[in-house]
Design a protein around this ligand. Structure first.
Ligand code: TYD
Length: 206
């Protein structure tokens, strides 16, 4: 089973993912947790290029292709082998981030993006995508408190509003694949909701 986590800035995905992985392990599953961009030595180098504050002149098309290069490496060398081995794969961001950020956020052509994503992933799609939903301003405030600023954060509030609205459109188009969790709740409540959403989709551990 391939599970991805998505959400706007400050939704707390990255904080929640290790706890969700531990919960599933305690249920008897073997779990591989990874993230995008990154998750492989090559992907981590690409991540460095993407987030380097020196690279402010990066063109949106270059950015799209770098995200896909990191993704292709992760899919082929980490995700597919783990799935073939019967593990549950949990991935912090995946293809939907490209559609939400580059498509809805940067207004790049969605149909073209879907093609590029299909090329990068070889068509691998998640079985379940957990959406940690939070109001855009609340999310940005929460994130800034951590002082974790990078080049991609340097966009206007409007950009982030388009990203969240884009996610909501993606969810409406494919509701069976998504589970939406209210990320404004206390962390323990978010964790419990994520666990419920996954358990509802999983066959019992043998
Ligand atoms: P990161 O520091 O990993 O934080 P988080 O996932 O917790 O937000 O930043 C990832 C950033 O990259 C985030 O701003 C979303 C962006 N991104 C894209 O724009 N397109 C993509 O395809 C992916 C995977 C991420």
């Amino acid at each position: 089973m391939f599970i991805t986590l998505e959400g706007p800035e400050g939704s707390g995905k990255t904080t929640q993912l290790p706890g969700l992985a531990d919960f599933l392990r305690a249920q008897g599953h073997r779990v591989l947790a990874t993230r995008e961009p990154g998750g492989t030595p090559i992907g981590d180098q690409i991540r460095g290029v993407l987030f380097d504050l020196k690279n402010k002149e990066m063109h949106p098309r270059s950015e799209i292709l770098l995200f896909q290069a990191s993704r292709a490496q992760l899919v082929e060398t980490v995700i597919r082998p783990a799935l073939a081995d019967g593990q549950i794969v949990l991935c912090d961001r995946y293809a939907d981030s490209t559609l939400a950020y580059q498509g809805y956020g940067h207004r790049m052509d969605l149909a073209q993006l879907r093609e590029i994503v299909r090329f990068a992933t070889g068509g691998l799609q998640p079985n379940l995508t957990l959406f940690l939903d939070i109001d855009v301003e609340a999310g940005l405030k929460r994130r800034d408190k951590d002082g974790d600023w990078n080049r991609l954060d340097d966009y206007a509030l409007d950009f982030h509003r388009r990203v969240r609205a884009g996610y909501l459109e993606l969810i409406a188009a494919e509701p069976d694949r998504w589970a939406v969790v209210d990320a404004a709740q206390p962390p323990e409540a978010v964790a419990a909701a994520l666990q419920q959403a996954v358990l509802a989709r999983l066959p019992q551990a043998g």
